[in-house]
Design a protein around this ligand. Structure first.
Ligand code: HAS
Length: 542
């Protein structure tokens, strides 16, 4: 692996795990406050910890890991080395994001931005929090430009050739990100910064939430797609099999590009100010975005089964015996896949209007995203680290570290089963998300929820042990014995159909994506901007 590229990648990966550690500490503490197990000193607030937890885990850990991982794969598959300008973009992005993150974390820890990771109005933070967020977003754009630049240059030099699958998927992931972040950038720059500086007195709350969710839903696919890159491209190689179909994999990524943005209203189904028709339309599109995940599930089963059969597996599930269960590079992402089945089913429940009325703003939703992003995605990222760090640093994964990795995965699954399971159940019993226990004043309903909240805190403590172990494993990987580790890129099965070229016709797909966004959002935005309801003065959180 090119040394200079390696430095860029490792800088991202280590920053990501640093964020995971601090976010994990904040997460465990807020869980204990919620469960009534501890009382915080007067100068630290529950919302402060919850904001630090959400921002560091959901926004910072993920974004750094993803950019580092995509740069590694783009360097590996598009010429074996980043072009100098692409690498520069990577470092510029990294620097800007890091300045933004540091300012943001300081402002949160000073208690001046307890507005949660969703940060929409009317809760108001210090303007420096929003400026910090803007720096992170602009930094991530620069990183995206580096990936696009490398890809465009490669295509110029390889006219008529199909791009490598990893690179193609990286381009879609960053395209999705660039389009989605336009919404949050507008919210921050046009609404939140002027309002928090006091230049304007009120803010249009529904517009701010709508701009946020324009970004907030594709954000979850920005987290998911790199995990899918691992499942489609890396896992077949690790199990010794082949990618089932290159065309199917590309098609599923195109469907994500088209359908993951015009669906933000499924987070706003219970909100006034948006008419039923537009909510209905976006729910229909939400069910469309489930299709590429079903295609992915199909393709993974096919890869596993074909591999097993080629080794002589018999019967419906005989292929299961031929999967490398003791290899953490497979086991951690596999547990992520397995858990994504109930996690995705929960998403379908959320997206159904009537059922959303039951679960919205309850701990059920918190349970849902701890299975999706905090398990399926996080475990896949952990699984990637076990080969990515050795590949880059010229080291090898030792059997001892592999074993610790398997233990870490199991710890994570047990902790999450207890925590997220309790969240789902108590959510159905009506327990709201984002509230500390003391606000209930020992109301009988709240007392009924208590055993589940305690179970959540127990799960949270097990998960924290999982965070400590993964950090230990990452440090040990950085110091593992020297040696060669291959970057595992899968080959496509010979039996699959050739990939049609229109899948790489960017003009076509970007145009269709924009048309869908315009259809789903134009009239709602006109309604919201022309809305005659007065703006909100904002709720200052410090
Ligand atoms: Fe979600 C809320 C709907 C997927 C994350 N979601 C959230 C929030 C987050 C989040 C963070 O419609 C909370 C935001 C907040 O703070 O308010 N979600 C969906 C739907 C899907 C979905 C329809 N969500 C995700 C993913 C996330 C994520 C992925 C992160 C990575 N979600 C919602 C809705 C809400 C929501 C509403 C708002 C709720 C409210 O009221 O506030 C779908 O994309 C899910 C499709 C997935 C599948 C599963 C496919 C399975 C696969 C694995 C195959 C396994 C194999 C191994 C092969 C259909 C691919 C098996 C091997 C064996 C041996 C068995």
């Amino acid at each position: 692996f090119d040394r200079n590229d390696g430095r860029l990648v490792i800088a991202h990966i280590l920053f990501a795990f640093g964020a995971l550690l601090i976010g994990g500490i904040a997460g465990m503490l807020q869980g204990m406050v919620k469960g009534g197990t501890i009382t915080l000193p007067a100068n630290i607030g529950y919302y402060e910890l919850l904001t630090a937890h959400g921002v560091l885990m959901a926004l910072i850990f993920t974004t750094y890991f993803i950019i580092g991982f995509l740069y590694s794969g783009v360097s590996n598959t598009l010429g074996g080395k980043l072009l100098p300008l692409a690498r520069k973009f990577g470092w510029w992005g990294y620097s800007l994001m890091s300045v933004g993150t540091l300012i943001g974390v300081v402002v949160i820890l000073l208690g001046k931005a307890s507005v949660l990771y969703t940060f929409y109005a009317p809760m108001k933070a210090s303007p420096y929090f929003y400026i910090a967020l803007a720096l992170v977003v602009i930094g991530s754009w620069l990183s995206g430009f580096g990936i696009f630049y490398q890809y465009v240059q490669w295509r110029k030099g390889n006219k008529g050739k199909l791009s490598p699958l990893f690179a193609y998927m990286s381009v879609i992931t960053m395209l999705l990100w660039q389009i989605a972040t336009i919404g949050v950038a507008l919210e921050v720059v046009v609404q939140l910064i002027p309002w928090s500086f006091g230049w304007v007195e009120t803010v249009n709350v529904v517009l701010s939430r709508t701009l946020f969710w324009f970004f907030g839903h594709p954000l979850v696919y920005f987290w998911l797609l790199p995990a899918y890159i691992c499942w489609y491209v890396i896992i077949p190689k690790i199990i010794g099999g082949k990618i089932f179909s290159d065309a199917l994999a590309r098609m599923s990524f195109i469907l994500f590009l088209l359908f993951s943005i015009p669906v933000g209203f499924h987070h706003q189904l219970m909100e006034p100010g948006i008419s039923h028709f537009w909510k209905f339309l976006q729910v229909v599109l939400t069910f469309m975005v489930v299709i590429p995940s079903l295609m992915t599930a199909f393709s993974l089963f096919a890869t596993f089964e074909l591999h097993g059969r080629s080794k002589g597996a018999k019967g419906l599930f005989g292929w299961l015996k031929f999967l490398p269960w003791t290899d953490v590079r497979f086991f951690a992402p596999f547990m992520g896949m397995l858990i994504f089945i109930p996690a995705g089913a929960g998403g379908l429940i959320n997206a159904s209007n009537q059922m959303n009325a039951v679960v919205h703003n309850t701990l059920w939703v918190t349970g849902h995203f701890h299975l999706t992003v905090a398990t399926s995605v996080a475990l896949t990222f952990f699984g990637i680290a076990y080969w990515l760090i050795p590949t880059i640093t010229g080291r090898v994964l030792t059997p001892r570290l592999n074993k610790l990795g398997i233990i870490q995965t199991l710890l994570w699954c047990v902790g999450m089963f207890i925590m997220s399971g309790s969240m789902h159940i108590v959510g159905l019993l009506g327990s709201p998300r984002r509230t500390a226990y003391n606000v209930y004043d020992d109301h009988p309903d709240a007392i009924l929820w208590m055993p589940y909240h305690v179970a959540m805190a127990v799960g949270g403590i097990i998960l924290f042990a999982g965070v400590v172990l993964i950090i230990y494993n990452i440090i040990s990987l950085m110091r593992a014995p020297k040696g060669e580790t291959e970057y595992p890129i899968g080959e496509v099965s010979e039996a699959s159909e050739p990939t049609p070229r229109f899948l790489e016709n960017w003009k076509l797909w970007i145009t269709v994506a924009v048309i869908l966004i315009v259809i789903a959002y134009t009239i709602p935005f006109i309604d919201l901007i022309g809305n005659t309801t007065p703006g909100s003065p904002g709720y200052v959180t410090w």
